[in-house]
Write a protein that binds this ligand. Sequence first.
Ligand code: 13P
Length: 257
Amino acid sequence: MLIAGNWKMNTDLPRGVELAKAIADGIDDADSAFDAIDFAVCPPFVHLQAVGEVLEDHPVAVGAQDVHSEDEGAYTSDVSAPMLTSVGCTHVIIGHSERRQYYGETDGEVNQKALQAHRHDLVPIICVGETIDQRRSGDAKSVVHAQLEGALDGLEVTAADDLIIAYEPVWAIGTGESATPEQAQDMHAVIREDLADRYGADVASDIELLYGGSMKPHNAADLLSQPDVTGGLIGSASLEAESFLGIAEEAAAVLEG
Ligand code: 13P
C-alpha cells in the first residue's frame, strides 16, 4: 500500500520543509502503526533536496512531478533525470492530467519520459484518466487503455516495483467529487489486466495501482479497500500532515482488516 502526496505548485521552501518535518514527526509518533505503508512525497523541484534531507531517515520516498526525456541540453526551464537522482529523488510522476491539459503533453511524450526514468533508475508514477465527457460518452476504459498503450510502449518491467500507475479521473481532481469505490475498482481491474497482458500476471499482480482524485481521510478507507486499489496519489489533502497521515491511518486500518 503506497500513500503518495503530489504537492503540485504549492508551498514555498520553508512551508515545504515544515510539511515534510510534520510528516516525519507523525510517522515517528505512530510507532509501528505505519509499518505496512509505503510513503512518497512529490514536492516542487526547488524543494527536492531540502525535503529529501528532512526525510532521509524516514520511510518516505521523494519524487519529482515531471522529468525531461533528455539527459541535458538547451531546454530552458526543464529538469533532467540525472538532476533528479543527484538530489536523491527515486520516483517521478509522469503524464499528470495537468501536464497533459495545460502543456499538451502527449502519450508519446509520456512514453519518452517513462523510458528516460527507467534509464536512470527512477520509478515512474504514470498517470492516466479520462475527462468527464469521455466518461459520459462511455469511452473511459478505452481512453485509459490507449493512454497505457502509449505510455508503456517499449518499457521493460520485470519487477513490480519498476512501475507505478495512478488512475486519476480528471473530473475527480480538485473537485471534491471522488470516483466511487466501484468506479475506481472497475478501472483498476482494467489497468491490472492490461499490465498482466504486457508483463505477465505475476509481475502485474504486485504493481501498485494508485487512485487519485479528491481522496481524503473520510473516503480513503472505502477506496483503499477495493482489491485493485493499492494506494493513493493525493493532491490537496497531502498539503497538511494531518490529512495526509489521516489517509495513511485509514490505509493501515484497511490492511489490518
Ligand atoms: P486532489 O487530491 O487535490 O484531487 O488531486 C489529485 C491529484 O491530482 C494527485 O496527483
